[in-house]
Design a protein around this ligand. Sequence first.
Ligand SMILES: Nc1ncnc2c1ncn2[C@@H]1O[C@H](COP(=O)(O)OP(=O)(O)OP(=O)(O)O)[C@@H](O)[C@H]1O
Length: 224
Amino acid sequence: MITLSGVGVSRNGRPVLSDIDLRLAERRIGVIGANGSGKSTFARLLNGLLLPTTGTVAVDGLDTAKDGKAVRRKVGFVFQNPDSQIVYPSVGEDLAFGLKGRGLSKPEIAGRIAEVLERQGLAGSENQLIHELSGGERQLVALAGVMVMQPDVLVLDEPTTLLDLSNTRRIATAIEAFDGQVLMVTHDLSLLAGFDRVLVFEAGRLHCDAPPAEAIASYLDLCR
Ligand SMILES: Nc1ncnc2c1ncn2[C@@H]1O[C@H](COP(=O)(O)OP(=O)(O)OP(=O)(O)O)[C@@H](O)[C@H]1O
């Protein structure tokens, strides 16, 4: 359960998110809204990448401002641009990076990596060099790098923006297969089919909080 209480965020003295009070417990939650409406700011609050200017954000009772490390163990974050989070030259090295700090043995690390890669249609690609992968494959590796850490919650900020239809489908399938909670910022409304709840942001405020069909209708109304 993620709880936001009286949350506001100011940047350079200007409010970019205001008056957010939410309890987020559903398995699949979408976040939509116009450019600059505050979606990425909201997403970054959820794992403590960004701290609120006012109010509190808590994940299973852990305050992101006080227990940032514990929160980031629970909440994995996937950036829009995979190059923001891939650090090592090969797929296997990159996926092993976070696991090495968890005290796992080498065989355990190799096992977990193989399992995640297989699930994402990248079986056996441990030695593949990242710079030889397509943008879509890099995005899948970035997602695998977060999933291999087995977070309880996956926050994704426009994970398919750079991708063609086929890679978008691969990402959507990988996300569907994830057991935990998913919060996804997206401009691709088709990805929200089957979601439990969708939040619509408008000018830094929560404009609508409803099931997908109602939320999308309210967003389309805003765009008229
Ligand atoms: N680092 C920053 N410093 C100052 N202002 C920022 C910063 N990051 C975001 N903002 C401002 O906060 C507002 C909300 O930005 P945010 O990135 O959350 O919007 P968004 O809904 O994710 O937009 P998009 O759909 O274009 O990604 C914008 O007006 C933006 O200019």
